[in-house]
Design a protein around this ligand. Structure first.
Ligand code: AMP
Length: 396
């Protein structure tokens, strides 16, 4: 049996996603999720050879989930294939500019960034510590969502607030979805025959969380998310950009507390808040297609904000070699893509209606006419990127 695969781990505050991936063949032998890791009704579900199975875990935290995962891997003879573990970590602050192998210093560094991602980094650390216990001797790496954006120039990442807040407290824009941007921008460049090191690529990562990025010469030069994922685009339940004085308005006029306002802007806004229907873009698209005006308005606000950001990034980069759509909405919604591209016609985009309609469910391909500025759909694969990084790190 050859050790040829990487176990990719993505710990959330109450869940743990996993996959075993061969970075060379891109084959995924098993994938799954342990859920409800807070409380006593945890369970783990996995997909193997096209079949889904579930095991109840009772009261299991992240450590219990890893212990159960070891059992699942052993029972299915997958343990002996695993050469290393790669962990997704949301926030690496200014300390981590690339993926790295785990050691005590790296663990301390992730702890030091925990105040920037208080829900995520502590959960990642629980997963890392459990893996160190249950997979002794296996090399482990961490791949940061923020690392790709560490190439942003100061003019992109600084807020115009007292400079000491940045210098002394790290108050700046960090950006997220970096692993996805790295994967889809390089994949798009390869598909289009562009020289990645001399290219200007816009990427719209549109999922339940959404952001956009300007990738110039293979490096992030600007992105829409900021100190936290709330900034930037309209998302499933997040407002995106908003006048910061909304906080004092809602507090003074309506008596909401800081926590309540944070909750409204993060969990009750975006597509859900504006449509008063759902955070799922499909539901809103269906309603709009049936003539619901609010649903159409919601889609238009979503696309208008996105188009304005992309236009700004185009100005920053000085040209557009390609615009890439990815994420659940970007990969599947021909309606959103068409709406956005029409708003950007000043940049020479012309939608190929047929190609746009036919590109969904994991399909990648160009969706603009020949002679148009290129827009392309690329199915993202953050897990594969984590597996590739991990393999490269252990190969030294
Ligand atoms: P993600 O967070 O990348 O998994 O994306 C999830 C989101 O993708 C869902 O909330 C949906 O809004 C959206 N989505 C998935 N399929 C479609 C589709 N066919 N049309 C429009 N939106 C979709």
């Amino acid at each position: 049996m050859s050790k040829d695969s990487v176990l990719v781990i993505n710990c959330g505050s109450s869940s743990l996603k996993f996959a075993v991936i061969n970075p060379k063949t891109e084959e995924e032998s098993i994938s799954g999720i342990a859920e409800r890791l807070v409380g006593n009704e945890a369970f783990i579900t996995w997909k193997l050879n096209g079949e889904k199975q579930t095991l109840n875990l009772g009261a299991a935290g992240h450590e219990g989930a890893i212990e159960a995962l070891v059992g699942v891997l052993r029972d299915n003879n997958l343990m002996e294939h695993i050469e290393a573990i790669g962990h997704r970590v949301v926030h690496g602050g200014e300390k981590f500019t690339e993926s790295t192998l785990i050691n005590d210093d790296v663990i301390k560094g992730i702890e030091d960034c925990s105040h920037l991602a208080p829900l995520h980094n502590p959960a990642h650390l629980q997963g890392i510590r459990a893996c160190l216990k249950y997979f002794p001797g296996l090399p482990q790496s961490v791949v940061f969502d923020t690392a790709f954006h560490q190439t942003m120039p100061a003019e992109s990442y600084l807020y115009a607030v007292p400079y000491s807040l940045y210098k002394e407290h790290g108050l700046r824009r960090y950006g997220m979805h970096g692993t996805s941007y790295r994967y889809v921008s390089k994949t798009a460049a390869d598909m289009l025959g562009l020289d990645y090191d001399n290219s200007a690529i816009l990427v719209a990562h549109l999922g339940n969380g959404a952001s956009a990025c300007a990738v110039k010469n293979g490096k992030s030069v600007d992105t829409t998310m900021g100190l936290t994922p709330l900034e930037g685009l309209v998302m499933g339940t997040r407002s995106g950009d908003i006048d910061p004085n909304v906080f004092s308005f809602l507090n003074k006029q309506l008596g909401y507390s800081l926590d309540e306002i944070t909750d409204i802007l993060n969990k009750k806004s975006g597509l859900l808040g504006l449509s008063e229907m759902d955070n799922d873009c499909r539901v809103i698209e269906d309603a709009a297609a049936q003539g619901n005006e609010r649903a159409q308005l919601t889609l238009d606000v979503f696309c208008n904000v996105l188009a304005k950001k992309l236009a700004g990034f185009a100005a920053e980069m000085g040209r557009i070699d390609a615009l890439v759509f990815t994420g659940g909405i970007g990969e599947n919604s021909s309606v959103i893509r068409k709406n956005v591209l029409e708003r950007l016609s000043i940049f020479g985009f012309e939608v190929d209606e047929k190609a746009n309609e036919e590109t969904f469910r994991g399909k990648s391909g160009v969706i603009t006419k020949s002679g148009s500025t290129v827009a392309i759909v690329v199915a993202t694969n953050e897990e594969l990127m984590i597996a590739r990084d991990t393999e490269a790190l252990i190969a030294g």
